[in-house]
Ligand binder design. Structure first.
Ligand code: NAD
Length: 292
């Protein structure tokens, strides 16, 4: 077990990628405090994971709520070794031309408040505890932290801002705390949009249903998988191991201020072809095993 005796504090751990991280951290021996706004999902988590997980209700936009939660975690589990700042909302790729003029201010503020200030406030709240344990922070970025078309201008700007936050905080808190980011790719989760754009009841999964007729959803997923160099849709579980890696004191002392592109290979797609492996098996005269 790579995280025995470690304690993690994660925001947005009650659903999607965050929930997969919680499950994986527990299986690696960690105790986890989950800070999330969803009361019902937190209850379900506590029932599922028993003594290994505590759920704390709150909003990442409120420093006072984060500080109370951090104190609760420290009292309950005795310390905090890892902060995982993970809550995010998405703009559903809304382009500049489509942004309603009377909503731009609110939408900009809402996306930056949750996606960027939410991380900054979580880092501020955990700072003393993480210095004490010489712990680490891990920020969930996105392929949109590096490339276009993973969001509209608002979401893409927030995730680029998170990359800057990782680097600046890593500088400010070294050598006491390591700060790293993980730029994950897509996953079928409950990721929501900003209320100011009336996207708070949409989720990524419902978006796939909008793009593809209900009965064609599986075919739609295959289209998305076909666009990815690794050739399949990725899920929270696929990303969780990278968080264990960055949290692990055995494996990851050298890394700080880094952002790992962990997205299925969006950055190496070719100009004329997605991948360059056409004809590879024939030339090598070998068969590849099925799937990944
Ligand atoms: P999700 O919606 O399934 O999970 C997010 C969790 O955050 C939910 O449990 C929700 O209740 C909670 N939450 C939302 N707003 C909150 C707030 N203000 N305060 C407290 N809790 C709040 O989403 P997900 O897809 O697992 O997203 C996790 C992270 O992954 C986000 O930062 C997102 O930008 C990033 N990401 C997701 C994808 C994707 O395709 N799903 C791709 C790249 C990056």
């Amino acid at each position: 077990m790579k995280l025995a005796n470690e304690v993690a504090f994660i925001t947005g751990g009650a659903s999607g990628v965050g929930r997969a991280i919680v499950e994986r951290f527990v299986s690696e021996g960690a105790k986890v405090a989950v800070f999330d706004k969803s009361v019902d999902r937190l209850k379900e988590l506590e029932q599922t994971f028993g003594d290994d997980v505590i759920g704390i209700v709150g909003d990442v936009r409120q420093l006072s709520e984060l500080k109370t939660a951090v104190n609760q975690c420290s009292e309950h589990f005795g310390k905090i070794d890892t902060l995982i700042a993970n809550v995010g909302i998405w703009d559903y790729n809304m382009a500049l031309v489509d942004l309603p003029e009377d909503k731009i201010d609110q939408a900009f503020d809402e996306l930056f408040h949750v996606n960027v200030k939410g991380y900054l406030l979580a880092a501020k709240a955990c700072l003393p505890q993480l210095v004490e344990t010489r712990g680490n922070m891990i920020f969930t970025v996105s392929n949109a932290g590096f490339y276009t078309n993973g969001g509209g201008p608002l979401y893409t700007a927030t995730k680029h801002a998170v990359v800057g936050l990782v680097r600046q905080l890593a500088f400010e808190v070294a050598p006491y705390i390591r700060v790293n980011g993980i730029a994950i790719g897509g996953a079928m989760t409950d990721l929501r949009g900003p209320a100011s754009l009336e996207m708070d009841s949409r989720s990524v999964t419902s978006m796939y249903k909008e793009w593809y007729e209900d009965d064609d959803l599986e075919a739609g997923k295959e289209n998305i998988a076909a666009a990815s160099p690794v050739g399949r849709i990725l899920q929270g579980e696929d990303y969780a191991g990278s968080y264990v890696f960055f949290a692990s004191r055995d494996d990851n002392v050298p890394a700080t201020g880094t952002v790992l592109n962990f997205d299925g290979g969006w950055g190496i797609r070719g100009i004329r072809r997605k991948t360059g492996s056409e004809g590879l098996l024939e030339k090598l005269k070998v068969k590849a095993s099925e799937g990944l």
